[in-house]
Design a binder for this molecule. Structure first.
Ligand code: ADP
Length: 356
């Protein structure tokens, strides 16, 4: 019971924190009070970062500048993504609910054999919704969400990447449940190459050490999600730690239809349901991101038709977007993923994926 109470407290704490983060975003000022720190433990003189109090023992030894970076650049200020915003991928969503979301919401049901994995790999072509999935998970479980691209860790803070990794995990441990989302994880955890430099080797090692720490604390509600377009470049040690590996494929016909419908939802258009179906058919091979580019391209056509009249035209007299605009757009916006690349994903999925 005591443990449950503790859990409850933590959750409340995070909710409060998130509230103050949101407040800050809304009104642009940050006068969060209440978590005073004395100068002795807080040489930087700050008592909270973006409304996140810094009064936890575990954070006491971290450098304020690192904390600040984490809170400003890595802590995601939650643009909410709902499951419904993500087109298709129903099987993937089911798996994620069972594996990640329910265990965080109902931890007491997921013990023993049902203990949830600590590492999840989302792999597949670019622009298929991997980042969206990461955000949707965080939104759903009200977890503290840290989002970082691996190239930022390896290149932006030269010489400090290793320290940043340590600091990131320390902060994440303080704000459970937490999700660390690492985009382009292949560049952080690539298989060793001859010209690998010392700095990135050290970051990688630190990362694996920290990760093992997470895995060793089965009860901690902390999850690492890695996303990659190049799963075959991952180090074997990293691959093994991501016990669940989900293939995020290109959208199928039905998903492309849902994408187009959604993209046109608030636009002035005269595209019938049948025409939408045609658009879905002619865009075979397009990713979710490609569908967006395609629709944007189509949406420009009514403006281009104005041929220089744009300065004086009434907004109401701009013609609606039509099927023909999409027919023109498919000639200009090409799918970004080649067939050969797709085969490689499918092959990798068969070898290592969870839904092959
Ligand atoms: P990834 O992380 O796989 O490279 P993202 O999740 O960043 O791709 O998607 C990029 C953009 O493409 C999104 O912001 C969204 O507009 C669109 N998109 C991609 N996949 C989907 C999807 N399944 N449903 C809705 N939108 C999508």
């Amino acid at each position: 019971e005591e443990q449950q109470q503790e859990e409850q407290n933590k959750k409340q704490n995070i909710l409060n924190n998130n509230k103050s983060i949101n407040n800050k975003n809304n009104n642009g000022n940050n006068n969060n009070s209440g978590n005073k720190k004395n100068d002795e433990t807080n040489p930087g003189g700050i008592d909270n970062i973006n409304g996140v109090p810094l009064d936890d023992d575990k954070l006491r030894n971290l450098e304020p500048v690192m904390l600040e970076r984490i809170c400003n650049e890595i802590l995601d200020k939650r643009q909410e993504v709902k499951w419904g915003d993500i087109a298709g991928l129903s099987e993937v969503k089911d798996q994620i609910m069972e594996m990640v979301v329910f265990p965080i919401i109902r931890p007491e049901l997921f013990k023993g054999l049902r203990i949830p994995p600590k590492g999840l790999l989302l792999f597949g072509p670019p622009g298929t919704g991997k980042t969206m999935i990461g955000k949707a998970i965080a939104t759903q479980v009200k977890a503290t969400f840290f989002s970082i691209s691996a190239s930022t860790l390896t290149s932006k803070w030269i010489g400090e990447g290793e320290k940043m990794v340590r600091c990131l995990f320390a902060v994440a441990r303080c704000y459970l449940p937490s999700v660390i989302f690492i985009d382009e994880i292949d560049s952080l955890l690539a298989a060793r190459t001859e010209n690998e430099n010392e700095a990135s080797r050290r970051i990688k090692t630190e990362f694996l050490i920290q990760w093992d720490g997470v895995a060793g604390n089965a009860e901690d509600q902390m999850l690492l999600i890695g996303a990659t377009n190049r799963p075959d470049e991952l180090d074997e040690a990293a691959r093994r730690r991501m016990t669940k590996r989900l293939y995020i494929p290109l959208p199928d016909n039905e998903s492309r239809l849902a994408l187009v419908k959604n993209l046109l939802k608030n636009e002035n258009h005269e595209i019938s349901p049948d025409d939408m179906q045609s658009i879905a058919s002619i865009s075979d091979g397009y990713s979710g991101a490609d569908m967006k580019s395609l629709s944007t391209e189509a949406a420009y056509q009514p403006i281009r038709d104005l041929r220089g009249e744009i300065e004086n035209v009434e907004k109401e007299s701009i013609r609606p977007i039509c099927l023909n605009d999409f027919l023109l757009a498919v000639k200009r916006v090409k799918p970004s993923v080649a067939k050969k690349e797709l085969d490689a994903y499918i092959e990798w999925n068969e070898k290592f994926g969870a839904l092959s």
